[in-house]
Ligand binder design. Structure first.
Ligand code: AMP
Ligand code: MG
Length: 325
């Protein structure tokens, strides 16, 4: 079955084409800003402007004609409402034109399901999902995907980007901080904010801004210490979730999981507890439409039909009925 996936929850607009498990194309265009954060309406303007072009590239790369598409899958939530609407309307238009079914999927669960598709031995993982807006540990339990730990304030990516913006090194900040951190040598003690299964970053952000302003520390050492501290927090809650849910597989997802130091820490923790660690290549870690197409296909084959295609900006992972497992 040939499926078209459309992703538009946040800054990334992506279109992918899959022939069952084979990803034929996975094209995207990312909204960026020099200054300030993401203004939802501006993100939607970006998506509207580039959507036809991204679709065209995805079709060309896959060597597929639009009328070969048999199912259209779109990310229904959670995300920024104006951005979600662009993807939903685009999906609806294509599905109507072609007279094929349309299916709406949960973005967070898509990050987990693409990992299970890419790695056949990844059967029942805990997902450490670390992106701009989201920071969650998700695992399958009692018939649902549930959240076993999450941020109580901002997402880890937003935390890294906020600090980067504060010190004027541009957006996205995560990769820049990673480069600086590689040159850091001295560990500077920072607040460590784990509360049970959850984490928070607001206090650390205030603290590192103060340390930066004091002029007493090298930026490279600060970047290094930020990574060591916040990644240790993430790995600690992941390990606790794995122990609690009795999972012996860890899967990474989200843009921050592109970070090599976080990947290294995840592998060390898994080795220590005899668990397997699965890390998709970057194109499947960041927001992408391949995962949306794949989850749509899984759900469709399990008999799920989307009647209500309203966007779901605040949908929670455990709101979703998992009929395909
Ligand atoms: P996503 O929302 O999943 O598309 O991920 C975007 C976030 O990933 C942004 O906050 C980036 O700063 C962050 N990011 C991307 N690459 C890296 C990296 N190498 N290290 C840390 N964060 C990263
Ligand atoms: Mg994401």
């Amino acid at each position: 079955m040939i499926v078209l996936g459309i992703e538009s929850t946040a800054h990334t607009f992506s279109v992918a084409i899959l022939d069952n498990k084979t990803v034929l194309s996975n094209e995207k265009s990312v909204f960026t800003t020099e200054k300030g954060g993401m203004i939802p309406v501006k993100v939607a303007e970006h998506h509207n402007k580039i959507k036809d072009n991204v679709l065209k590239k995805a079709l060309e790369k896959a060597n597929i004609k639009l009328h070969d598409i048999e199912l259209v899958s779109f990310s229904q939530g959670p995300g920024l409402a104006p951005a979600l609407i662009v993807g939903r309307d685009f999906a609806e238009e294509i599905a109507d034109d072609l007279n094929v079914p349309i299916i709406g999927v949960n973005h967070c669960i898509a990050h987990l399901e693409i990992g299970r598709m890419l790695f056949p031995s990844c059967k029942d993982p805990a997902l450490l999902y670390v992106s701009g807006a989201n920071t969650q540990v998700i695992a399958y339990d009692g018939g649902k995907y549930r959240i076993f730990g999450e941020t109580l304030d901002m997402g880890i990516g937003n935390f890294l980007d906020s600090f980067a913006r504060f010190i004027g090194i541009g957006f996205p900040g995560g990769p820049e901080i990673e480069k600086l951190a590689k040159k850091g040598k001295e560990y500077i003690e920072l607040p460590y904010c784990v509360k049970g299964m959850d984490v928070n970053f607001g206090g650390i952000l205030t603290n590192v801004k103060q340390k930066y302003n004091s002029g007493k520390h090298k930026l490279t050492d600060l970047a290094y210490s930020i990574q060591e501290t916040v990644f240790a927090m993430l790995i600690e809650v992941s390990e606790r979730a794995m122990a609690h849910c009795e999972k012996n597989e860890l899967l990474l997802g989200g843009g921050v999981a592109c970070n090599k130091r976080l990947q290294e820490m995840a592998k060390i923790m898994c080795k220590d507890r005899d668990a397997k660690c699965f890390i998709p290549e970057n194109q499947f870690l960041v927001d992408n439409a391949a995962m949306i197409g794949w989850l749509g296909l899984l759900m469709y084959k399990a008999g799920v039909r989307t009647k209500d295609i309203d966007i779901r900006p605040y949908e929670r992972t455990d709101d979703v009925d998992v009929k395909w497992r």
